[in-house]
Design a binder for this molecule. Structure first.
Ligand SMILES: *[C@@H]1O[C@H](CO)[C@@H](O)[C@H](O)[C@H]1NC(C)=O
Ligand SMILES: *[C@@H]1O[C@H](CO)[C@@H](O)[C@H](O)[C@H]1NC(C)=O
Ligand SMILES: *[C@@H]1O[C@H](CO)[C@@H](O)[C@H](O)[C@H]1NC(C)=O
Ligand SMILES: *[C@@H]1O[C@H](CO)[C@@H](O)[C@H](O)[C@H]1NC(C)=O
Length: 528
């Protein structure tokens, strides 16, 4: 256990390790209201821990939060930004140090929030919120150091258990492994150790998340030396070989025999979405599509069909950009070429197999079918037409840079359908109601709308009425707590899930910064 060194003078960015005994447990702190309340009609709680209890203090982010106050007129909207944007830094940097066998190798253990484990997807996205503040720095108290530490720790995780999605604290932290009761009955191949793995659901977007955070760090720093210094290159090779293994079809194209699945997962559970069909192998997948399988979705629910299109999109997009890092490292040209060609073959496969013809949404008289992106396909002609709130989703494809919303008519049709459950052939997981209208998903179930999906709706819209409406619902639906919840009942703001979901909070802040650039006039409006 580390003790508090509250140094306020050393640099502009100051790392603080809290005196844990005196600091409240944020799991319960985030469920109660704290004064001073915001002065709008929602009287939102102040939810930041006191500075000595924050897990990372950054003068840059404090100054940004203060600056933004002059651009936001509504007191409740500003309070929500003030609470949510720093949430990962305030509460989730559970440990930050260096590797036992290499003191130059920084490590950052970032928990998802209310669960004491690090998800590849969440941790990459949790730091992504602070990308606007990332600048080159060798200091171990900088945001750049947090990025390096996450990249190094993810590389270690991927080299140990590339099929797993959520991990334990590194041994150097001396934080004991968290217990995962649900995983106790799991039968998984390849096997893993619960000392290093919290849960082993194979999700293609977890691999993409590593490439995503690598891309972000490289774009901001151009520091190829960092990527050649530790385990990044072997981790990228592990990512490639895992994803290539997961293109394995169910039946041998040569003779029809059933091929071994490189990954299988079975759990004793009453929830269909927590285990895989066919004794852990999942539904059959066809051969020769060029798509990569994903056993689970970013919600950690199992896929119905394993060719999960948004995960393939995200993987293709960041594999191509991470190839630029490999290119910048001497002697890695063939790795870079392999990454680019795999990325481009996945993109071709999405265009060929991920765009499907479906019955047109609504009571259209001029057309009965339309082409859209499917959520999942199986390579035998079947598809799942829906979207799920978790990222990567189809809705978020422009946010992660796979496509340009304005110039992609297939995306525009898909988006219109995703945001519609009233019309025939709309999205089965779009929730409507007087409180909040947003995409949800099977993870929490029908009736529960996800504010995160409203945030993505705003990020992908140019329509001020649509943006204002979605933002207004988010501000009005935090049950006075002033944090972004995982899901909110679309008829009752008092019923919500996850009091401490750091990523969704950071994403809200990211969206406010995006509006400040694109639509500053919206931030000047009243949300009362
Ligand atoms: C906040 O505003 C001040 C004064 O305009 C400026 O010097 C500072 O760089 C700003 N900080 C951030 C993080 O934008
Ligand atoms: C940062 O470096 C200083 C000096 O080497 C060291 O005392 C401190 O523990 C380091 N902090 C982290 C988070 O690694
Ligand atoms: C350093 O230690 C970590 C954790 O035990 C291990 O995964 C890694 O392979 C080691 N690296 C080297 C270069 O020995
Ligand atoms: C579609 O047509 C059906 C049957 O005529 C009607 O009940 C329904 O309200 C229509 N839906 C929309 C969105 O127009």
């Amino acid at each position: 256990m580390r003790y508090s060194i509250v140094s306020t003078l050393l640099s502009s960015l100051i790392l603080v390790q809290p005196t844990l005994s005196q600091c409240p447990d944020y799991s319960s702190y985030s469920q109660a209201r704290h004064e001073p309340y915001s002065t709008g009609k929602y009287a939102l709680s102040y939810q930041r821990p006191s500075p000595e209890c924050r897990t990372f203090n950054s003068a840059t982010i404090e100054s940004l939060i203060a600056n933004i106050s002059s651009y936001i007129t509504d007191p409740d909207l500003y309070r929500l930004f003030q609470n949510s944007y720093p949430n990962t830094l305030d509460t989730a940097i559970k440990w930050h140090g260096t590797a036992a066998n290499n003191s130059a190798e920084e490590l950052t253990f970032i928990i998802t929030g209310d669960i004491n484990a690090m998800w590849l997807r969440d941790s990459a996205n949790q730091l992504q919120s602070y990308l606007p503040l990332l600048e080159p720095s060798t200091s171990n108290t900088s945001i750049a150091s947090l990025y390096r530490g996450v990249i190094n720790l993810q590389a270690r995780y991927l080299l140990t258990s590339p099929y797993c999605n959520s991990f334990q604290a590194p041994v150097e932290s001396v934080i004991p492994p968290a217990t995962n009761g649900a995983a106790a009955s799991d039968t998984v191949t390849p096997q893993y150790s619960p000392d290093s793995v919290f849960e082993c659901k194979y999700e293609l977007d977890s691999l993409a998340a590593f490439l995503q955070i690598s891309t972000s760090y490289y774009a901001a720093t151009r520091d190829a030396t960092f990527f050649s210094s530790f385990q990044w290159l072997p981790a990228v090779r592990a990512v490639l070989s895992t994803a290539k293994a997961m293109t394995t079809p169910t039946y041998s194209p040569a003779d029809g025999s059933v091929l071994d699945s490189p990954y299988t997962f079975s759990r004793q559970t009453s929830r269909a979405t927590e285990t895989l069909a066919n004794d852990g192998r999942g539904s059959p997948v066809g051969s020769g599509t060029g798509l990569v399988r994903s056993a689970f979705r970013p919600s950690d629910d199992s896929t119905i069909f394993q060719f999960l299109i948004p995960a393939n999109m995200m993987f293709a997009r960041y594999l191509a950009s991470a190839a630029d890092i490999a290119s910048a490292i001497s002697g890695q040209q063939s790795l870079a070429d392999e990454m680019r060609s795999f990325a481009s073959s996945i993109r071709d496969a999405i265009n060929r197999h991920g765009i499907v013809t479906a019955p047109a949404v609504g009571n259209n008289t001029d057309r009965t079918t339309e082409t859209i992106y499917a959520y999942e396909v199986d390579g035998f002609g079947s598809s799942v037409i829906m979207d799920d709130a978790n990222l990567p989703s189809l809705l978020s494809a422009p946010v992660f840079g796979y496509l340009e919303a304005a110039t992609d008519p297939v995306y525009q049709r898909t988006r219109a359908r995703i945001l519609d459950s009233a019309s025939p052939n709309g999205n089965p997981y779009f929730m409507r109601g007087p409180v909040i209208n947003a995409v949800g998903g099977p993870h929490v179930g029908p009736g529960m709308a996800w504010p995160m999906a409203s945030i993505v709706r705003i990020l992908t819209s140019n329509d001020e009425i649509e943006i204002y409406g979605a933002l207004r619902e988010i501000v009005a639906s935090t049950a006075g707590l002033g944090l972004i919840h995982e899901s909110v009942n679309s008829f009752d703001a008092g019923r919500w899930t996850r009091q401490w979901f750091s990523w969704a909070n950071g994403l809200f802040g990211q969206m406010i910064l995006d509006l400040l650039e694109r639509k500053p006039q919206i931030l000047k409006q009243s949300f009362q």
